[in-house]
Ligand binder design. Structure first.
Ligand code: 5GP
Length: 122
């Protein structure tokens, strides 16, 4: 039986729930969003289940920095490093639905035109 105290993303990290896993290291994973809001829509997720960005403390500084570096690396890997957006929804009123910190990396595909404000809902 699954442990309901685990977040959805912890269950994905532990392979209890399948995902399109693009990258993994000791600190984080990167998966494709199941409901993409843009041609490229990845989620960079720390293994530490911080519920929201505001729950991070100075102890988490290295994790937060790592997430940004990996977001940039993934953008390069998918050839969207010239134009991508990072979004963190903090709190339900800001649209957060999964309470395990994650960065949305949103981009047009490498061969698509540039952004318009309407392209990306997040
Ligand atoms: P939030 O709204 O919390 O900022 O973002 C949560 C994101 O997680 C949403 O974009 C949603 O589509 C994505 N998501 C929710 N459940 C799953 C899932 O089971 N697998 C994957 N890959 N993404 C999910």
């Amino acid at each position: 039986m699954s442990d309901m105290s685990k977040t959805l993303f912890t269950r994905i990290i532990e392979r209890e729930i399948p995902s399109d896993m693009l990258y993994e290291d000791d600190v984080c994973v990167v998966i494709n969003d199941i409901v993409p809001q843009a041609p490229v829509h990845m989620l960079v997720i720390p293994k530490k289940p911080l519920p929201r960005l505001v729950d991070a403390t100075v102890e988490d500084q290295a994790i937060l920095g790592h997430l940004l570096l990996i977001a940039g690396e993934m953008a390069r890997k998918f050839s969207v490093d010239e134009a991508f957006r990072l979004v963190v929804n903090n709190g339900a009123d800001a649209g957060q639905t999964v309470f395990h910190l994650h960065l949305h990396v949103l981009a047009k595909g490498a061969d698509d035109e540039g952004f318009s404000e309407l392209d990306i809902a997040n």
